[in-house]
Design a binder for this molecule. Structure first.
Ligand code: PMP
Length: 383
């Protein structure tokens, strides 16, 4: 990977060496099961899990007891939607999600539709934003679950969750409001109380932590009920059974700690690099438009349409720069991603690339990217 310039940090990130260092002893000498209560190996593992829970909770302004660990955001989203739907179906069987949600939310919603739930999908503007009016129009007396993401993983557009959650509370006070905050964690401040959400999803591998671990935060006051989706030994206070992956949790906790303490500095640095990347590409190629709001977005993501240049051809001619033509989860499919499709014409979507900057992106990476994409795009256009 050494010659690869990695600009796909919205798909996943390199594990920070400081995170890895913390994890390693938990693969070797401290290998106890956190559920073992009869010996010191178990106590050691339990202490590490407790610390990780505190660190993760602190990064989102929650309480440690409100954090439930699981295998990642896909599972957390499934647990939130399916768990709330089965716990509260007697209130009404209407579910509301935004058109640009991650597949793990949209596919859950469609599954619920197949078992009798009514589903409303809220559209987004050309800028990828959800208006209060559009959300309100989707709400009904029977609305029981609403899921809207904090930041979009393809465009980086940030939703006004405070105002959207307040709209839901005004109209449907008993509805459960879930927020997938994966693409916002470490990029913008997250405070579950201030956001006014009931359940919130995060994942470690988008913040330079390990893959295969995430968490669902669940409000405790007043207590919200979720029906467990994986049952067994009763781990995670009965909400999610399965032996805890102690090394991954240690890494998740440390990654959250670093992300919180370095967020301001990192966002400013990445925002400046992102702006340089855009300006450089404008000069080198021209005909570039930013996809999504340029005001309400995270600083490390650049999703652009390059007029007259096929994104697929560009990506295959610039193999030494890792970038994406959609989200990593859907880029095996040739049609435009559902996120871009909700915002623009298919023609423009086919000329769109996503460049995701991260903690290890350098100025040199950005300059090389400008030169390489500039040359490939000009060649493609025949200019
Ligand atoms: N939600 C969003 C917004 C994401 O970007 C992703 C990862 N692509 C997920 C959920 C799923 O996360 P995980 O890989 O941890 O299952």
């Amino acid at each position: 990977m050494s010659s690869l310039i990695y600009l796909d940090n919205q798909a996943t990130t390199r594990c920070d060496p400081r995170v890895l260092e913390r994890m390693l002893p938990y693969f070797s000498e401290h290998y106890g099961n956190a559920a073992s209560t009869t010996h010191s190996a178990g106590w050691m593992a339990q202490a590490a899990v407790n610390l990780a829970r505190e660190q993760v909770a602190a990064s989102i302004g929650g309480l440690a007891g409100e954090v439930f660990f699981c295998s990642g955001a896909t599972e957390a989203n499934n647990l939130a939607l399916r768990g709330a739907a089965s716990a509260y179906s007697q209130r009404g069987k209407h579910l509301v999600v935004a058109a640009t949600e991650h597949a793990s939310v949209l596919d859950c919603a469609r599954d619920l539709q197949r078992v009798g739930w009514e589903l409303s999908i809220v559209p987004v503007s050309e800028e990828g934003l959800i208006t209060r009016e559009d959300l309100r129009a989707a709400l009904r007396d029977t609305t029981t679950v609403v899921s809207i993401m904090l930041a979009n993983n393809e465009t980086g557009v940030i939703a006004d969750i405070v105002s959207l959650a307040a709209s839901v509370r005004e109209r449907c006070s008993a509805a459960v409001f879930h927020c997938d905050a994966v693409a916002g964690l470490g990029k913008i401040p997250i405070d579950v109380g201030a956001l006014g959400v009931d359940v919130l999803t995060i994942s470690a591998h988008k913040i330079h932590g390990p893959k295969g671990v995430g968490a669902l935060w669940r409000r405790s006051r007043p207590r919200l009920v979720l029906e467990p989706q994986i049952v067994g030994g009763g781990h995670e206070r009965g909400l999610r059974s399965g032996t805890l992956p102690v090394p991954l949790l240690v890494g998740f906790g440390r990654a959250c700690e670093i992300a919180s303490s370095e967020r301001l500095e990192e966002s400013a640095r990445l925002g400046a690099l992102r702006d340089r990347l855009l300006a450089g590409l404008q000069t080198a190629v021209g005909g570039i438009e930013v996809n999504g709001s340029t005001e309400s977005r995270i600083s490390s993501n650049l999703n652009i349409a390059i007029e007259g240049v096929s994104a697929d051809s560009l990506v295959s001619s610039v193999r030494d720069i890792a970038m994406s033509t959609g989200s990593a989860c859907s880029s095996a499919v040739a049609k435009p991603s559902h996120v871009l499709a909700a915002m623009m014409s298919a023609e423009r979507a086919h000329t769109s690339i996503r460049l995701g900057l991260g903690r290890f992106t350098t100025e040199e990476d950005v300059e090389t990217t400008i030169t390489r994409i500039g040359a490939a795009a000009s060649a493609e256009r025949g200019t």
